[in-house]
Design a binder for this molecule. Structure first.
Ligand code: AVJ
Length: 323
């Protein structure tokens, strides 16, 4: 059979090294010190995240899935999409709910996942290619924060950004992201966005500090990544995982707290990092949303919200918006 699967690498040469170096150098110079969450996801980090999505405390994946099970046929009917573009193509279970509905609706021709991980795209893309015989799969390795490499996909296009990954961005980053998306889409296209909602802080904190300590392992994994990629000598066991609800900004912050005063060498950055006892490095923002303010910020970024769906418990929202 002809090949219906392509994998196109659009990352500039040296992207990983250059952006990791720049991100870590900038983040560790800030106060509080920060490390961007995108560096959690090496193979082990991606496996740990998959494990998180199955934890009893981590409701977002299941809540979003419930909404998709119920609404996928409506999404297919409303969009009549010919291409499903997926940003940060996570668990293929959710993708398949959309692919099934769009296939049943008879409009779908192409699936175009975008991710920074070529390995993840190859694995997921080939499986989907195998299970959807009529479908073209054009995977692109890209950092979509820098812009969308869209071009000749058949329209209308449905652009899915699921899992509340949008919550990793602060308000200014989200504004820049919406504007970039709005410029990349045409008036036929639709944005499908998953967003975790503000709720009881105890439920939120438990979701990010689980009983089994899987999230703690996931958090500390960024230190393993820095040890391997930058030759750093972080003593991973000298840090505690902390999940804090920031009530003012309505976000969970994950932090790694240094148990004692310590000095860490990062040879690839020519850096020696001194941490005080109790000092925290912020590793992730997970912003939580409300209907009114999310609708307003999308509007400021060039989108009009057309549909807003939640799970019955109103823990999570899935919205459709048009540029
Ligand atoms: C993949 C960014 C949506 O913020 O809930 C899970 C990552 N961090 N547990 C989230 C995460 C800790 C997750 N996102």
């Amino acid at each position: 059979a002809e090949s219906r699967f392509t994998l196109d690498d659009r990352l500039p040469a040296g992207y990983f090294t250059d952006s990791l170096h720049a991100d870590v150098r900038a983040g560790l110079a800030e106060r509080p010190r920060t490390l961007p969450p995108k560096w959690f996801y090496d193979k082990r980090g991606s496996d740990l995240f998959e494990e998180i999505t199955r934890l009893p405390e981590y409701y977002p994946t299941r809540a979003e899935q419930e909404i998709l099970v119920r609404r996928a046929p409506e999404i297919a009917a409303l969009t009549r999409a010919a291409t499903l573009v997926e940003l940060g193509s996570g668990s293929s279970r959710k993708t398949r709910l959309l692919l099934d509905a769009l296939t049943a609706g008879g409009t779908l021709r192409r699936y175009a996942p975008l991710d920074v991980s070529g390995a993840a795209l190859a694995e997921a893309g080939e499986a989907i290619c195998r299970d959807y015989p009529g479908l073209e799969v054009t995977a692109t390795v890209a950092d979509f924060e820098a812009g969308l490499p869209l071009s000749d996909e058949p329209g209308p296009r449905l652009l899915a950004f699921l899992g509340s990954t949008i919550g990793n961005f602060d308000p200014a980053q989200r504004q820049a992201f919406y504007r970039m998306l709005a410029l990349s889409l045409t008036s036929d296209d639709v944005l499908l966005l998953g967003a975790d909602l503000v709720k009881d802080p105890r439920v939120l904190v438990r979701a990010y500090d689980d009983e089994q300590g899987v999230t703690a392992e996931f958090d500390k994994n960024v230190l393993h990544v820095l040890n391997r990629e930058l030759g750093a000598d972080f003593d991973v066991d000298a840090f505690d995982h902390v999940a804090v609800w920031n009530a003012e900004q309505e976000r969970i912050e994950m932090r790694l707290r240094s148990r004692a005063a310590q000095t860490v060498k990062i040879p690839e950055l020519d850096l020696s990092l001194s941490l005080d006892a109790g000092e925290e490095v912020r590793t992730e923002l997970s912003c939580k949303f409300r209907r009114e303010s999310l609708t307003a910020e999308l509007h400021a970024g060039g989108f009009t919200v057309r549909q807003w769906w939640t799970d019955p418990e109103e823990r999570f929202a899935l919205l459709m918006a048009v540029p």
